[in-house]
Design a protein around this ligand. Sequence first.
Ligand code: C5P
Length: 304
Amino acid sequence: MIRDDREAAGQLGSAFAPAKLNLALHVVGQRADGYHLLDSLVVFADIGDRIEAFACRSGDGPTLEIAGPFAGQLSADSDNLVLKAWRALHDAAELPDCRLRLTKNLPIASGIGGGSADAAATLRLLAALASVAPPPSLMAEIAGRLGADVPMCLQGVALRARGIGADIEPLGGLPSLPMVLLNPGVAVPTPAVFRRLARRTNPPIAATLPGFADVDELAAWLATQTRNDLEMPAMEEAPIIRQALDAVSGTAQCRLARMSGSGATVFGIYPDSAAAAKAARELARAHPDWWVVATTANPQHAPA
Ligand code: C5P
């Protein structure tokens, strides 16, 4: 308790790193450098990691401590995207010395943002602590250097992402989505999934999205008009993903079951939070070794 009070007193700030969910992910081409061109609809959930900054003696920063359920699977060395984000912004803006703590609530290498969300949250947190606020264009440029998904995580609102992921258009008019997220316990390396793609040039998402009156309309449109082109190659890489998708689509009232990003996390969309909570309980009972949570994606009020 004493430690908590002292820590709270020394806390400079904190930022939430929400899980990123690709409602749709079409692979529409490939650049000469190997990166793929995407057309993706992305929302963010009300669960995620958290990054905190604490005061430290001048000249001591930054150090990174990792806590939380998935801390054991991640090392706090200089390759960690949180420290890379600190270094990138430190080179461009005046930052206070600080100690960073990442609470890792999301599974690693799981298609829901993870390191990219943590890097984006670190940039947001440190920008708020900088003596002069870095301009948005600098933040976007640094985010793009850190990884293809970091710019979208920096936005943190429902969006359509094109190019390699950094051409972003915020999307209004999407309903809040009661969801279950399920990860069958395998870490899937993104490059391996892209390498297994059979076709690299697939049709994009419709140029203009229709309006959606409710979750059912959105889920029906997603199911018939969109895809995740990485689902097949990811299932070849990790066959357990098919079991995960079958398990989610078999729950009562599941309107759509799909993989996010390059997997292995899959999500189910439900008409209301009670149906999502019930499905999560059933899935957790049937698969005690899998990570299962009920959440709301695209919440109307972003968690602080
Ligand atoms: O940019 P980031 O380091 O997050 O990307 C990880 C890997 O995912 C890349 O090295 C590349 O193999 C693949 N990727 C891709 N096309 C994208 C994004 C990622 O091929 N648009």
